[in-house]
Unconditional design. Structure first.
Length: 412
């Protein structure tokens, strides 16, 4: 326990949450090995700090450590960044260049947001993990490297493997030792301690008195969802330190600094200037895929019901028939079999109250654009025309929603 507290003090980690202590204990135990580690946690929980702890306690601590954000490197250049390239291997390659796996040889490389790595680069990384070998872009010479890989993600990579966005063999190779960092909302008792630390640090930096929270304000702080986790808490503490008129903060004053967040946990996309980002398209596709999977499930269930009815017409006796007003259809003697005739058959009624023959094909639009337009209209109605809430519910950015409104000529 003393060793764990010493590590917390060394790396500025605040809190005594059992889940946090468990993650730190795993990091300490795995540090002296060369096993790959996969750190999982939401954005802002401090995944890079865990990687630094592992490196600093390992036999590689005197060798280089580098952190690479895979989501921040363009797909066309990430291979060159990681593995290097030869002169003339692509436009702009005026000189040969070493990659990170060459410059950090003997040390540790931290690959943040590993889920954003392109599939081709994933294959190269798998080769490094399995054989310690890589090839520069534009070269045919195999080179050796001795680098420990620590990866991190805020996504569930096992789900990505099922949709083909992440290699399954690489996932299991990286996931030798999994470490899950708890979200801030799951360690409520640590929130006041962290706030006090951030407020005190800010006060020391600018030679002032730290802000203080009363009990109601502390309860409000602990019950906030903190989607941005520790990073968001630090920002709020610094905002209050600068803007609060009084150093003693109550719940009403604190509420003014807490942004309103939708209760659902769908990802909110923040697009850059210019063209729509690849990540926005990916999330829009996921929404449509989910819609189509649900539709396919419903269609398969209807097919099964129809097949059972055709195989066993007597089952129709137990199936209520509804008219257009969602009321049970009346029969002359109250018996469904009398309405269907001597041999009961399934009856289908359309929106106009007319019987549809069981072999009649019902036309249904399968256009992606129609379904997307329908979802957008429903979201706007649900949130009474509020674009921000509707875009959050749909899992797209507000800018993308505005573009879709123009594209589909949807009136708000």
């Amino acid at each position: 326990m003393a060793e764990l507290q010493s590590i917390k003090n060394r790396f500025g980690i605040i809190g005594n949450s059992p889940a946090l202590n468990h993650a730190l204990n795993i990091a300490v135990q795995v540090a002296n090995t060369d096993l790959s580690v996969l750190i999982n946690g939401e954005s802002g929980v401090g995944k890079e700090v865990i990687s630094q702890i592992i490196h600093s306690l390992s036999a590689r601590k005197h060798n280089p450590f580098i952190a690479v954000n895979c989501g921040a490197i363009p797909e066309g250049t990430i291979d060159s960044e990681l593995f290097g390239h030869e002169k003339g291997s692509f436009t702009g390659a005026v000189d040969s260049r070493k990659g990170y796996f060459e410059t950090v040889n003997g040390g540790t490389i931290f690959l943040d947001e590993i889920g954003e790595m392109p599939l081709g680069t994933q294959a190269r990384l798998l080769r490094v993990l399995e054989a310690g070998e890589y090839i520069r872009v534009g070269s045919s010479k195999v080179q050796k490297t001795d680098v420990r890989v620590i990866a991190a993600t805020n996504k569930e990579l096992i789900d990505f493997t099922q949709t083909g966005r992440f290699r399954e063999d690489l996932y299991y190779r990286l996931n030798t030792i999994p470490i899950r960092i708890p979200a801030l909302r799951d360690r409520k008792d640590d929130i006041p301690l962290l706030f006090r630390k951030f407020a005190a640090d800010f006060a020391d930096r600018y030679k002032g008195a730290p802000v203080q929270l009363d009990e109601d304000a502390k309860n409000l702080l602990m019950n906030y969802s903190w989607p941005g986790n520790v990073r968001e808490l630090k920002n709020i503490a610094e905002q209050i330190s600068v803007l609060a008129k009084d150093k003693n903060i109550n719940a009403r004053e604190l509420q003014e600094f807490l942004p309103e967040h939708n209760s659902n946990r769908l990802p909110v996309l923040v697009g850059g200037k210019g063209a729509v980002s690849q990540q926005e398209f990916a999330n829009e596709r996921e929404i449509l895929y989910k819609l189509f999977f649900d539709m396919k499930k419903d269609v398969n269930e209807l097919k099964k019901i129809l097949f059972d009815l055709l195989q066993n017409p007597g089952m129709a006796r137990h199936i209520p028939v509804y008219n257009n007003d969602n009321m049970l259809s009346d029969t002359q003697n109250g018996s469904p079999s009398a309405a269907f005739g001597q041999q009961p058959q399934p009856v289908f009624i359309n929106q106009n109250g007319q019987n549809i023959d069981q072999h009649e094909d019902v036309e249904e639009s399968l256009s992606i654009m129609d379904k997307e337009k329908e979802l957008i209209i429903k979201a706007l109605k649900k949130h009474k025309g509020k674009r921000k809430d509707a875009s959050t519910d749909l899992g797209i950015s507000e800018r993308t929603l505005y573009r879709k409104l123009k594209e589909y000529d949807i009136e708000e």
